[in-house]
Design a protein. Structure first.
Length: 269
């Protein structure tokens, strides 16, 4: 049996030599783990800082209770000033003046007798004694006294009467006046309730007007829809033409123009 085991080992060794070593045959060597010295250093620094911080806090806690004891005498010092009685206030100057005024004896009035040089001038004493007495009237001032007298009789101011207002004319008189002021037949055109001269009538009478011709005439119940073409230019109500007259109103008979206050009708063709 041992002979067989030795033969197997020998054959295994020969096979190992031809094949070469495998990973299973390599011996694993464990390296000794190094200690982390930097962790130890950091921990030591933290311990030192913690100790310093505790020492500082302890010193501050011991120093704070001492401060009120040191400040107590300083705060008690101002209280002694209130025990001193305040100085007496000096009497008001008005009281002294009033006292002096009462102690002074009343001044004796002094009178100085004046002798007037002019006999016609009276002294003030004579005027005061003779107040209310009647004096003879000076003939030189008699005209002044008469100026204030108002003569008796009717007042001199004439009352102003309001102007008389004529009554309005009746309907027949108004119609007769309107017919008298109306232009002659054939010299005007009736536009609504008024009669206006036409452009041809004014030109024939010698009125200086520019050459005007109504090309297109559009009348409507809506004022915004009305327009005319005068000398091939479009105009609305209220616009001024290039020739000068202003389009005052567009009617069914034509267009009413205004040339510096002269109103006339430019009839449609």
């Amino acid at each position: 049996m041992s002979f067989i085991l030795d033969a197997l080992k020998k054959s295994e060794n020969e096979r190992q030599r031809h094949v070469g070593p495998s990973l299973a045959d390599v011996h694993v060597v464990r390296r000794n783990a190094e200690r982390p010295w930097w962790v130890v250093a950091v921990a030591a620094l933290l311990v030192v800082n913690l100790g310093v911080l505790m020492v500082v806090l302890i010193r501050d806690g011991d120093a704070k209770p001492v401060q009120p004891a040191q400040q107590a005498p300083v705060q008690a010092a101002p209280q002694q000033t209130y025990n001193v009685p305040p100085p007496q206030a000096a009497p008001a100057p008005t009281q002294q003046y009033q006292y002096q005024y009462q102690q002074q004896p009343p001044a004796q009035p002094t009178y100085q007798q004046t002798v007037p040089t002019d006999p016609s001038v009276r002294s003030l004493a004579d005027e005061a004694n003779g107040y209310g007495e009647s004096y003879p009237e000076d003939p030189a001032n008699s005209h002044l006294a008469g100026a204030g007298a108002v003569p008796e009789g009717p007042p001199m101011v004439r009352q102003i009467q309001p102007p008389a207002v004529q009554p309005l004319p009746s309907g027949a008189v108004f119609e007769s006046r309107q017919a008298a002021n109306a232009p002659a037949a054939g010299t005007g055109a009736l536009v609504g309730n008024e009669t206006l001269p036409t452009f041809d009538d004014l030109v024939s009478s010698g009125t200086n007007l520019p050459d005007l011709h109504l090309d297109i005439h559009v009348n409507s119940q809506q004022p915004s829809e009305r327009f005319v073409f005068v000398n091939m230019r479009k105009y609305l109500e209220g616009e001024a033409t290039k020739e000068g007259p202003t389009v005052e109103r567009i009617t069914a008979e034509g267009v009413i123009l205004n040339q510096r206050g002269l109103r006339f009708l430019l009839p449609r063709q």
